[in-house]
Design a protein around this ligand. Structure first.
Ligand code: NAP
Length: 250
């Protein structure tokens, strides 16, 4: 059984925390007692996340940085570590899409997606991993996608980045296991956020036909699973992929 506020006293760094899944994850980890280092490019956009965490009695600070910028990430992790004294939980959630059919895909769109979604996770896991190895404890959760498992026409760059995250996470899980650090992957299906808004009614209807639970996901559906993976109840789980998609991929 999980006690309430099972993350009391812990520090969680969440990337892509300014909206969507990242904001919901930050709110849920804070509700369980963790202090939040909230990351996104825009400090203004992070303000709403800080406000909601603080309004619920939690602690959160904004650390604006581009996850694709390795040197800036190193400096930022240093700042967060100085501010909070440690980092117990890392959630690599920042992600973007630049969709297009492969034969017309610009190299720039390939690079931007890989540099943000995949390289961004590497940029954070390296310095945060060093801190976790020293403290011989830590939880890393990487947000991939069902598209990383199945592929998707028009999303070769995105699917490659998300499939890459899975291989990356399993390697990190093996490398860090002896130091008491777990690394797992959450693969969301179709969740209602800015990333997915603007799909036409027709496409939504088609999607719903493929989802056994017959609804689109909400950010809280993902946040609860991430929090579980950071909880004491998940201490014997590492290198795993948990698909949260209403049963779309079985
Ligand atoms: P979203 O609403 O578009 O939010 C993306 C977040 O990432 C924002 O906070 C954004 O903040 C941040 N971000 C983007 N590029 C960044 C960069 N270079 N550096 C730092 N932060 C950056 O997306 P979402 O739907 O919440 O998705 C979150 C994660 O879940 C993504 O990895 C996505 O691929 C994955 N996912 C989502 C779904 C879904 O259905 N929504 C399904 C499967 C997987 P700034 O723009 O301010 O930087």
């Amino acid at each position: 059984m999980l006690s309430t506020r099972y993350l009391e006293g812990q520090v969680a760094l969440v990337t892509g925390a300014s909206r969507g899944l990242g904001r919901a994850i930050a709110q849920e980890l804070a509700a369980q007692g963790a202090s939040i280092a909230a990351v996104a490019r825009s400090a203004d956009a992070l303000a709403a996340t800080l406000e909601s965490v603080r309004a619920a009695g939690g602690t959160a600070e904004a650390f604006p940085v581009d996850v694709a910028d390795s040197a800036a990430v190193d400096a930022m992790v240093d700042q967060a570590n100085t501010r909070f004294g440690k980092i117990d939980i890392l959630v690599n959630n920042a992600g973007i899409t630049r969709d297009g059919l492969l034969m017309r895909m610009k190299t720039e769109d390939w690079d931007t997606v890989i540099n943000t979604n995949l390289k961004g996770a590497f940029h954070f896991t390296r310095p945060v991993g060093r801190l976790m190895v020293k403290q011989r404890a830590g939880r890393i959760v990487n947000i991939s996608s069902v598209v990383g498992l199945m592929g998707n026409a028009g999303q070769a760059n995105y699917a490659a980045s998300k499939a890459g995250l899975i291989g990356f996470s399993k390697s990190v899980a093996r490398e860090f296991a002896s130091r008491g650090i777990t690394c797992n992957v959450v693969c969301p299906g179709f969740i209602e956020t800015d990333m997915t808004k603007g799909l036409g009614e027709e496409l939504q209807k088609k999607l719903l036909e493929k989802i056994p639970l017959q609804r689109l996901g909400q950010p809280d559906d993902i946040a609860g699973v991430v929090a579980f993976l950071c909880s004491p109840a998940a201490s014997y789980i590492t290198g795993q992929i948990i698909t949260v998609d209403g049963g779309m991929v079985m």
